[in-house]
Design a protein around this ligand. Structure first.
Ligand code: ADP
Ligand code: MG
Length: 334
């Protein structure tokens, strides 16, 4: 993403820009970006922040270490506008300050905090439109998410836009009811090739490029990491590509973490699918039955949307299905 150019995300950028335009005109709203690790959620959030130069941009990122601390994410998000509490009703200001640990008091009720967050955003937006950007919401604490979701559902008449990014199928009970979701999928072949061209220059053989695009499913991080891990002779197609393609630790670790959160029998199924490698569901089912594991993928096993081949004998994570990282993430002794 040199110079901030996002390849192949014109449609998604337009959706984000419409959210901003609408907020500018006083009709706020919320958009939740969903997608696999590495698919480009944070990059799209960056684009939104850059496109919102006339907004007061408030940002927070969910982190595992704080996911058990009530209102930790809100504390990060709202810190720059806490001076605005001086213009709120005293009870609301006290509620917020107590929730965020800024004054000693019993922790206020969650509903009161949510109402106070809405009041704060609405008041801050009287000076300048406000954009709230929360990345990695799947790791944010539940209390913050509840309060932010409550406020985000009620900003229709305020110049406030809320953008949230969260990984697929994760989200610690983040209730996105009544919130517009935008799911990011892998880049198409053209944009994926453009990402590779930007990273590798002219030395990338078209056969290698096509192989990388196919086997990563267009996941930008997987594309970039796989391209970085190859030698210049492999780029040029003079040496064979490793099978499976190497993934740098970052992406592999992300998938390994997700796999470890599944029940043991789901982990075994994923291991069998990764070992089978070609995406033949029947083979995995037979192997699973030998280990007395029901060989049926169920929703929590999916690494992305229902793959096109499902029901016709293909598995998510099979070659070209777009579940980059699943195979290396399953293998090994982690
Ligand atoms: N459309 C795109 N064009 C070019 N590079 C991209 C694009 N989307 C993502 N990237 C790059 O891919 C990497 C992973 O993207 P990121 O936004 O961090 O993914 P996520 O937040 O979904 O895990 C980053 O280096 C980012 O700059
Ligand atoms: Mg991210």
């Amino acid at each position: 993403m040199i110079g901030g150019v996002l390849h192949g995300r014109e449609k998604e950028q337009a959706v984000v820009e419409r959210l901003l335009d609408s907020a500018r005109s006083g009709a706020g709203g919320v958009l939740v970006l969903r997608g696999q690790p590495g698919i480009g959620k944070s990059a799209l959030l960056e684009h939104a922040a850059a496109a919102a130069a006339d907004f007061r941009v408030l940002r927070a990122t969910g982190v595992e270490a704080e996911s058990g601390l009530a209102y930790a994410a809100l504390h990060q998000l709202l810190h720059p506008v806490l001076d605005v509490t001086a213009r709120l009703a005293v009870a609301q200001a006290d509620t917020l300050r107590a929730a965020l640990g800024l004054q000693p008091a019993d922790v206020p009720g969650r509903f009161l905090v949510a109402v106070a967050v809405l009041a704060l955003l609405s008041e801050a937006a009287r000076e300048q439109p406000v954009l709230c950007v929360l990345d990695d919401a799947q790791l944010a604490d539940r209390a913050s998410m509840e309060a932010l979701a409550f406020a985000a559902r009620r900003v229709q008449c305020d110049p406030v836009a809320v953008l949230v990014a969260a990984r697929d199928l994760e989200g610690r009970d983040f209730d996105t009811a009544e919130m517009r979701e935008l799911r990011l999928s892998g880049l198409g072949p053209g944009p994926a090739a453009a990402v590779l061209a930007e990273r590798c220059g002219a030395g990338l053989a078209s056969s290698v490029r096509d192989c990388l695009v196919r086997s990563t499913g267009g996941n930008p991080l997987a594309l970039l990491e796989a391209a970085s891990a190859l030698t210049s002779r492999q780029h040029a197609g003079r040496d064979p590509l490793p099978d499976p393609l190497p993934l740098a630790r970052g992406l592999e670790q992300l998938f390994a973490d997700r796999i470890r959160q599944r029940p043991p029998e789901a982990q075994l199924l994923l291991l069998l699918a990764a070992a089978e490698g070609a995406g033949h569901l029947g083979v995995v089912r037979r192997a699973a039955s030998l280990r007395s594991v029901p060989g049926r993928p169920h929703p929590p096993l999916r690494a992305g949307p229902a793959p096109a081949g499902e029901g016709s004998g293909a598995l998510p994570g099979g070659r070209g299905s777009g579940s980059a990282g699943l195979r290396p993430g399953c293998h090994g002794d982690r």
